[in-house]
Write a protein that binds this ligand. Structure first.
Ligand code: HEC
Ligand code: HEC
Ligand code: HEC
Ligand code: HEC
Ligand code: HEC
Ligand code: HEC
Ligand code: HEC
Ligand code: HEC
Ligand code: HEC
Length: 389
């Protein structure tokens, strides 16, 4: 009897202790997040936790957390988009990026703002994408970040890790057409004013129709290693930047656009100086115009556009006036010889003057040489004759 009641007491004690533990656990987790959803199935301790386990909670749209800043952080990961994403397709699991999380409750995580969450977690990308990560270290965005501008772009501002689809062709490594077309929209998340200007430009308008030949933001700025575009070096390099495409007949012939725009620019009185700077001291600022001073930067238009095209003298004059403020007559623009190579029909005077010099100079120098040589020969011959006598 005594032995029996001791067994019962022990059993009751164990049950009570168990209930107490469960209650305390419920209290603790309840204090952290109001009613965490129940997990699908606890992973066995030696298995890698499955995506389904994590999505059991994080696949619920209303899962949120209130941060110390008062902001509400959504903890919802869209399962459909996650499954279609490149990472899932490549068998990269939640826990391959969230390496410190395997069960619930999660390890303590302190972040005051939503931006804090991003800035703490994005560095996990470097474990697999060291190339891109290392390039960004030297970029304008990282420099802005280091200077305290926390809005500067990091990996996850341009690539949603949970939904990112493939950007490049697996075989060729080339950028996929759809990925290319949407690049400016990625930058527009923060540079919306520039994007709005760009999308109406001759380049941007063509891109929206799927044209693969026109530049997106990254053809001019680079991607992961974007440099400051306001430096003297960047400015002096502009003609070569534009020339990448504008001297290439394979691209330009399709649009009937001249490929002489670089060499005519270089031959021009303004262009010669810039080219010289570019070669001799690339970091010295130049006060002479580069392509973008006449054509604009993000607002480049068709040259014949009546409102903005610079083939129209009145529109061009405005560009000249920025540096030649005292000039008021549109005929001043005649000093710009245009990109046309002088020919008997375009700029005949220049053409014939050039031609004249091309014939006259060799003729004069050649004539002089013949004269000088024959004179020397004559003198030598006469000197010999004199010595014989
Ligand atoms: C039982 C539900 C549940 C499961 C299962 C779960 N989470 Fe969570 N997760 C939460 C809750 C609730 C939060 C809010 C913060 C907290 O309470 O810890 C959270 C927060 C997070 C956060 C934000 C950072 C942080 O720690 O607060 C990440 C990242 C995360 N979970 C990843 C995962 C991954 C990866 C898995 C799978 C291994 C997973 N979660 C499984 C409920 C769950
Ligand atoms: C390729 C890496 C990667 C994978 C795979 C990944 N995450 Fe994340 N996750 C991140 C990064 C980086 C952040 C930082 C937040 C940000 O910048 O959006 C994050 C943020 C989160 C957050 C915080 C809320 C938010 O969106 O910022 C939760 C919750 C989360 N992840 C859960 C998951 C779950 C669940 C899975 C699997 C279904 C998963 N993650 C897969 C990298 C990843
Ligand atoms: C555990 C490894 C791993 C981590 C961590 C990881 N990725 Fe990936 N990621 C991959 C793999 C593998 C691919 C497929 C690459 C391929 O086939 O070229 C990929 C593909 C990508 C692609 C598409 C590349 C393309 O060429 O189409 C992008 C963009 C990307 N990841 C961004 C990120 C970002 C941003 C992070 C950090 C939030 C991140 N990844 C973290 C492994 C990872
Ligand atoms: C300012 C936006 C931006 C940031 C920040 C950014 N990327 Fe990218 N990333 C892009 C664009 C746009 C492309 C597509 C262009 C291309 O492939 O040439 C790209 C391409 C990629 C690719 C495909 C392969 C490649 O190099 O083209 C990977 C992988 C990638 N990024 C990973 C990352 C990682 C990791 C980080 C952070 C260290 C990061 N990106 C930061 C915009 C960004
Ligand atoms: C998450 C926001 C964000 C995204 C997305 C973003 N940027 Fe930025 N970018 C910034 C911030 C913030 C700065 C630094 C502030 C500044 O100087 O204007 C900056 C600076 C720059 C600069 C230097 C500006 C200067 O005056 O020196 C360039 C160029 C630039 N970004 C290009 C891009 C391109 C191209 C993309 C898309 C591939 C892009 N950015 C995407 C936020 C962003
Ligand atoms: C055809 C080449 C080209 C393209 C395309 C281009 N840029 Fe630029 N960008 C430049 C040049 C050149 C400058 C320097 C202009 C200057 O000195 O005023 C510049 C300057 C900038 C600056 C810093 C100066 C400023 O105006 O704030 C930012 C930021 C920028 N670009 C972002 C973008 C974004 C975002 C896109 C795409 C929507 C884009 N660029 C497309 C050539 C280009
Ligand atoms: C990636 C290649 C590429 C780069 C780089 C590029 N362009 Fe273009 N540009 C094009 C293409 C292609 C067109 C024709 C678009 C169309 O007509 O649909 C074009 C059109 C133009 C036009 C309109 C010509 C006309 O018909 O009136 C001008 C002007 C122009 N670009 C100037 C520039 C300047 C200035 C730069 C440098 C800041 C530059 N481009 C950089 C590809 C490029
Ligand atoms: C970015 C500034 C800038 C722009 C834009 C510009 N110029 Fe100039 N230009 C100069 C500078 C600097 C000189 C050299 C002045 C000197 O050495 O006295 C110069 C010299 C000249 C000269 C030589 C005569 C003189 O005054 O020394 C002519 C002619 C001229 N520019 C015409 C034009 C025309 C036409 C345009 C518009 C199509 C134009 N410029 C746009 C900066 C500019
Ligand atoms: C001093 C001003 C000025 C400078 C500098 C300048 N351009 Fe032009 N550009 C013009 C004018 C004006 C036109 C329209 C009349 C013409 O074709 O000459 C034009 C026309 C063009 C066209 C259209 C040609 C066609 O066949 O329809 C392109 C493309 C172009 N420029 C690109 C460039 C590039 C690239 C640079 C730098 C290497 C450059 N421009 C420098 C003033 C300039």
């Amino acid at each position: 009897m005594k032995w029996f009641s001791n067994r019962i007491r022990l059993a009751l004690l164990i049950v009570a202790a168990f209930l107490l533990l469960v209650g305390a656990a419920a209290l603790v987790s309840g204090a952290d997040a109001a009613k965490p959803p129940q997990p699908v199935a606890q992973p066995a301790s030696q298995d890698k936790p499955s995506n389904d386990y994590c999505l059991g909670c994080h696949g619920q749209t209303n899962l949120t957390k209130t941060l110390p800043s008062g902001e509400t952080l959504s903890l919802y990961i869209n399962p459909t988009l996650f499954h279609e994403g490149v990472h899932n397709q490549e068998n990269i699991a939640c826990v391959d990026c969230h390496t410190n999380i395997s069960t619930f409750p999660h390890p303590a995580f302190k972040a005051n703002t939503i931006r804090d969450v991003t800035l703490q977690l994005y560095t996990s990308c470097k474990n697999c994408h060291a190339d891109q990560y290392n390039k960004t270290l030297d970029s304008v965005h990282q420099k802005a970040l280091a200077a305290g501008n926390f809005n500067a772009a990091v990996c996850t501002d341009c690539h949603n890790p949970h939904q990112q689809t493939r950007l490049t062709d697996q075989q060729t490594g080339a950028l996929l057409p759809q990925a290319r077309v949407s690049i400016p929209q990625t930058c527009a998340r923060c540079h919306s004013t520039i994007y709005n200007t760009y999308k109406d430009s001759v380049h941007g308008a063509a891109l929206t129709t799927g044209n693969p030949d026109v530049p997106t933001c990254i053809d001019c700025h680079g991607v992961h290693n974007i440099q400051d575009p306001t430096t003297a070096r960047f400015r002096n390099d502009t003609p070569l930047l534009c020339a990448k495409c504008h001297t290439n007949p394979a691209i330009m012939d399709k649009y009937g656009i001249s490929t002489q725009v670089l060499n005519t620019y270089v031959a021009d009185f303004h262009g010669t100086t810039v080219t010289l700077f570019e070669q001799v001291s690339p970091d010295t600022p130049t006060n002479k115009p580069v392509c973008t001073d006449c054509h604009g930067v993000h607002d480049i238009s068709n040259v014949n556009n009546p409102a903005t095209g610079i083939a129209i003298k009145q529109n061009l004059l405005v560009k000249c006036q920025r540096c030649h403020p005292n000039v008021t007559t549109a005929s001043f623009t005649d000093a710009w010889m245009n990109h046309y190579v002088a020919s008997p029909t375009e700029y005949p005077l220049v053409y014939y003057v050039n031609l004249f010099y091309k014939i006259l100079i060799p003729a004069v120098i050649g004539g002089m040489l013949i004269f000088v040589i024959s004179d020397i020969v004559r003198r030598v011959v006469e000197a010999r004759k004199g010595a014989q006598h």
